[in-house]
Design a protein around this ligand. Structure first.
Ligand code: ZN
Length: 219
């Protein structure tokens, strides 16, 4: 119950962030500070430097001064963000916090689901490695993925190590039944005694008439 309340609180927080235009604008402008030169170049319709990481993207600048990626889905019935997502760097701590929030909003979803959700709002450079890193470091996911360590195994008992002795010197015994066995025209009950030689794990089984007849079972 506490887990759900926590999820709800975080979900509300993300929705609020996404719905408040001014907050979101400030947030995106802070992230896009590193693209100042590219922004100026795109505004002036100049080519981007060859070393720029966003040189191969089709870019435009919107009315609020954000650097957006031009997609080819302008005619579709999707949100404005999806039609022209702002470019952000996956290394930026704000972006990582946002990815973490989306991941938690989706109740700790995997890489694919989180990527799909983030891609509808942002164009993250090195998106998959970023999302993978965030999920890898998510504390709740790490706890969920953790497996208990193997306990150290103890020494074998002497009966398991009785080499150079007569076969079936030490045995384990499984006794089960009854089974209905057809003998002639009759149905009769039989029990099964399964002997396992503890040293070599060789097995021998025998049919018995009654529960207490295992003591007389021949080898
Ligand atoms: Zn998680």
């Amino acid at each position: 119950m506490r887990y759900r309340a926590e999820e709800h609180r975080k979900r509300t927080k993300v929705t609020k962030l996404a719905s408040n235009f001014e907050e979101k604008l400030l947030w995106l402008q802070a992230i896009q500070k590193e693209f100042r030169k590219q922004l100026a170049a795109v505004k002036a319709a100049l080519p981007l430097p060859r070393t720029s990481r966003i040189r191969n993207l089709a870019l435009e600048v919107d009315a609020s001064g954000l650097l957006l990626v031009k997609t080819r889905v302008a005619a579709s019935n999707v949100t404005t963000e999806t039609k022209g997502p702002p470019v952000v760097d996956g290394h930026h701590p704000y972006v990582r916090l946002y990815v973490q929030a989306v991941h938690e909003q989706l109740v700790h979803a995997g890489v694919k689901a989180t990527t799909n959700e983030v891609r509808q709002r942002l164009w993250v450079l090195r998106m998959r490695p970023t999302i993978r890193t965030v999920i890898k470091n998510c504390l709740r996911c790490r706890i969920r993925r953790a497996t208990p360590g193997e306990p150290p195994t103890g020494n074998l008992p002497a009966a398991r190590l009785a080499h150079h002795q007569r076969p079936f010197s030490y045995v384990g015994l499984d006794y089960f039944g009854p089974y209905n066995v057809a003998i002639g025209r009759q149905d009769q009950k039989r029990y099964v005694a399964l002997f396992t030689f503890l040293t070599t794990r060789a097995e021998r089984f025998t049919w018995r008439w009654r529960v207490d007849s295992v003591l007389t079972a021949p080898y």
